[in-house]
Write a protein that binds this ligand. Structure first.
Ligand SMILES: [Zn+2]
Ligand SMILES: [Zn+2]
Length: 325
């Protein structure tokens, strides 16, 4: 099969790789689309430590089951695979229902091969059947950007009608805003890039500004998407007392010093958002289908995987990048 392989670190190389062999409790998928996530970029650039030699990245896989079918997952079923590729089920976190924090997790496209390929193997208990209303291209970006964006709203404790700030407006934020609008939240978006601001406005933001501007109201909740500690501090500075900043970034450049008395006192909170649970995935996909969530996508061929990563890095496309093998 054709696959885009990372000989760490460095650009991806399009190669002929062996088709994955079916193993017990797994399904073999023919990949129909695979979303490109900022985490893929962090992996390719070595900001996350190398875990596999000759890795096939990609963790927003829409695939069709072509082998390993079970009673619940018949041949031909269209499923999604996300970043959480497996957990041990036995560690203290799994036992407490916090499988996103599992001590021995597998991450798709990082500790196990992912979907930048014509075929992919996935644990049968970590695939999510996709509603027919979500087509391949538009379902792919939901599978990490969407689910993690949704989890960020949960971690931030967003309630219906809240004033919510989104700092950065890439793939994840442009999905989260639709959920927020469905919950009657007022959404304030700070982001660099005029096209991102225009997109935020068209998706119903109450206010949009550059990354240097502060929202005109004190926020109940804020979610940061940029891999920048300065943005976290800007979000903190926009919060009301008791408000929460959720950081939706697997990697930050650094965390700058900030003034505790002014920015954190008053029971303000900073929380990170780590991975996702299967419940997050199922709940989000149900909401996405219900509200007719349709991400903006730009498609790339498998042999354009490096261009797709570069586009994510430079924020040069609106919405999400999707590879179609
Ligand atoms: Zn565990
Ligand atoms: Zn991701």
């Amino acid at each position: 099969m054709k696959a885009a392989v990372l000989e760490f670190p460095g650009p991806l190389l399009l190669v002929d790789a062996p088709k994955p062999e079916l193993t017990p409790r797994h399904v073999l998928l023919k990949v129909r689309a695979c979303g490109v996530c900022r985490t893929d970029l962090h992996i390719a650039e070595g900001e996350l430590p190398q875990r596999l030699k000759n890795l096939i990245p990609g963790h927003q896989i829409v695939g069709e089951i072509v082998d390993g079918a079970t009673r619940e997952l018949s041949l031909g079923t269209r499923v999604g695979v996300s970043w959480i590729g497996g957990v041990d089920g036995t560690c203290p976190y799994c036992v407490r229902g916090l499988e996103n924090l599992c001590d021995h997790p597998d991450f798709t496209g990082y500790t196990v091969n992912g979907g930048y390929a014509e075929f992919a193997l996935a644990r049968a208990d970590f695939v999510f059947p996709l509603p027919a209303s979500l087509d391949d291209l538009h379902a792919a970006p939901l599978l990490c950007a969407g689910i993690i964006g949704f989890r960020s709203l949960r971690v931030a404790g967003v309630e219906h009608g809240d004033h919510v700030g989104l700092f950065g407006f890439g793939a994840s934020a442009h999905l989260a805003i639709s959920v927020l609008r469905a919950w009657n939240c007022e959404v304030y978006v700070s982001t660099r890039g005029a096209s991102h601001r225009a997109l935020a406005e068209s998706l119903g933001a109450k206010w949009v500004g550059t990354e240097k501007e502060n929202p005109p109201v004190a926020l109940d909740r804020a979610i940061t998407f940029a891999p920048s500690g300065d943005v976290v501090v800007a979000a903190l500075a926009s919060l009301r007392k008791g408000g929460v900043v959720a950081i939706n970034a697997i990697h930050l450049d650094r965390m700058p010093e900030f003034d505790y008395d002014r920015l954190l006192w008053g029971e303000r909170q900073i929380r990170s958002v780590a991975n996702m649970t299967r419940a997050d995935a199922r709940d989000f996909l149900a909401i996405a289908s219900e509200i007719g969530l349709r991400p903006q996508v730009t498609t790339f061929r498998l042999d354009q995987a490096n261009e797709a990563l570069a586009a994510v890095k430079s924020d040069s496309i609106n919405g999400a990048a999707v590879l179609v093998p």
